[in-house]
Design a protein. Structure first.
Length: 265
């Protein structure tokens, strides 16, 4: 996998060139997490957040072989010499999130999960689908990860866990633009009717997944001061903004302009 990154394509007009540079800079940026902070989770905090962190640590990990295989055979995107190298760095960044969460679990003496039924459902969906559906499933999880990490950040007194959440939130905010670019480019050749149909299918997937997220992790949200109404409004805003970005990319040639468009509170 490193060969794609080490042999970057020549500069051109690809919107993925800037993403390739972004992921490289983010990977090499300083900013050590406070691993030596002696404060551990209290027993109550541990009981509150352990299962949620275990599930997200498992969900953040993916080898990405299927995604890379589908991407390399896409008739449009694979012709962009920057696309695959940027995608590879994106996958590595997601793996980095899993590694950080896993290290936190190890530090707290919390075992890592090897499987979970919800993670299994998402992985089967990705394996059975083409690149567009695979990307849709991934970005659905990322939109919903943002309110989760915002709540997890505020649910305990752990300085380390708060710092981990802040780092992941910054990365995920950028990932939404990256994913919107990819989905928008894939939908660009489609008719308006076909695009609307895909948006509606995505909406069904999103809202059903959001309900599952609340059902699985509502204790973390409530500990951070979130009720269901706040959760619902936050997820709907995030999804609406993502859909807007996808439409903008699919309808306008200046898709690279949306690199910095998504912001977090």
């Amino acid at each position: 996998m490193t060969s794609l990154v080490s042999r970057a394509p020549a500069s051109g007009t690809s919107p993925y060139e800037r993403w390739h540079r972004h992921f490289l800079e983010n990977r090499d940026a300083p900013g050590a997490l406070p691993w030596h902070d002696p404060c551990l989770l209290s027993s109550a905090e541990r009981q509150l957040v352990s299962r949620s962190i275990q599930q997200f640590q498992l969900g953040e990990w993916a080898r990405g072989r299927g995604l890379m295989r589908r991407a390399s055979s896409h008739p449009v995107l694979a012709t962009d010499s920057w696309f695959l190298s940027a995608l590879q760095l994106f996958i590595a960044e997601e793996q980095g999130h899993s590694g950080i969460l896993g290290r936190f679990l190890d530090r707290e003496g919390i075992p890592r999960l090897t499987s979970h039924w919800l993670d299994g459902v998402f992985r089967r969906l990705r394996k059975l689908a083409g690149l567009e559906v695979c990307a849709t499933v991934l970005v659905t999880a990322e939109v919903l990860a943002i309110p989760f990490y915002q709540a997890l950040r505020d649910a305990t007194r752990s300085r380390l866990l708060r710092s981990i959440c802040v780092r992941i939130l910054c990365d995920e905010a950028a990932h939404l633009n990256y994913q919107a670019l990819t989905l928008g480019l894939m939908r660009r050749p489609l008719s308006n009717r076909a695009g609307v149909f895909r948006s509606r299918c995505h909406s069904m997937l999103f809202h059903s997944t959001a309900f599952l997220l609340w059902q699985q992790h509502h204790r973390v949200f409530r500990a951070a001061g979130w009720d269901f109404r706040r959760f619902r409004n936050a997820t709907r805003r995030g999804f609406a903004l993502l859909q807007l970005r996808i439409r903008q990319v699919s309808l306008r040639p200046g898709c690279a302009d949306f690199f910095d468009a998504l912001r977090l509170d």
